[in-house]
Design a protein around this ligand. Structure first.
Ligand code: B4P
Length: 193
């Protein structure tokens, strides 16, 4: 089993690249953002609670997303690996993920960290807002809040995995295919190592 985390600020292209990586390598895609948006679409109690936080650019509580990941891991035995997209977003989530994987005699193989300048992130989110209908993309103040939360709460996750020598930084500006090429190269290098 080879598990990887696609890491990066909001709008860095995690969702975009995940689609291509799962098509090439057969990973099971676990995007906490997608799971939360599906809860919102289904108007569940969890979805309604999550929406009020997401619309303000804030994170959903750790215990909620950790519970979602725990169920997803239990419900997908025998996959070649998991691609975690948008998770973990706090050190508490990272520690919980490490423990959950350890219970399955598994671990994170690599954290691929997309590096994209803030101005490019904001411009991508503005563009995405035109087509996605995502309320958390529409307002520049919310976008700035998401970047602030990323720096404060999520960036420490990279430090957590850097201490385990698992982080590889990838420059995330260029065409989608160019970035996909760099991510694939790194996965193959680590998988074969
Ligand atoms: P997410 O769904 O994870 O979304 P994201 O960070 O905004 O976007 P992503 O990086 O996937 O960007 P994409 O590929 O779409 O989170 C949304 C919210 O959910 C969070 O703010 C939080 O509230 C909540 N949440 C999710 N997980 C959580 C957790 N674990 N804990 C707590 N709360 C959680 O790319 C963005 C745009 O750029 C797209 O329009 C794309 O077409 C474009 N793009 C991509 N690559 C490009 C390239 N190379 N060049 C130009 N444009 C590009």
């Amino acid at each position: 089993m080879f598990n990887l985390i696609l890491f990066g600020p909001p709008g860095s292209g995690k969702g975009t690249q995940s689609e291509k990586l799962i098509a090439r390598y057969g990973f099971k895609h676990l995007s906490t953002g997608d799971i939360l948006r599906s809860e919102i679409a289904n108007k569940t109690a969890l979805g309604m609670e999550a929406k009020s936080l997401m619309d303000k650019g804030q994170l959903v509580p750790d215990e909620v997303v950790i519970g979602m990941i725990r169920s997803a891991l239990d419900n997908n035995p025998g996959v070649p690996g998991f691609l975690f997209d948008g998770f973990p977003r706090t050190t508490a989530q990272a520690e919980a993920l490490d423990r959950l994987l350890e219970q399955k005699n598994a671990e994170i193989g690599v954290v691929l960290a997309l590096q994209v300048p803030d101005a490019e992130l904001i411009s991508r989110m503005i563009n995405r807002a035109r087509t996605s209908g995502r309320s958390d993309d529409a307002d520049e103040q919310v976008q700035r809040k998401r970047l602030e939360v990323y720096l404060r709460d999520t960036l420490p996750v990279a430090k957590h995995y850097a201490q385990k020598n698992k982080v590889m930084e990838i420059y995330g500006v260029g065409t989608v295919d160019e970035i996909f090429g760099k991510l694939s190269e790194e996965i193959e290098r680590r998988k074969l190592a």
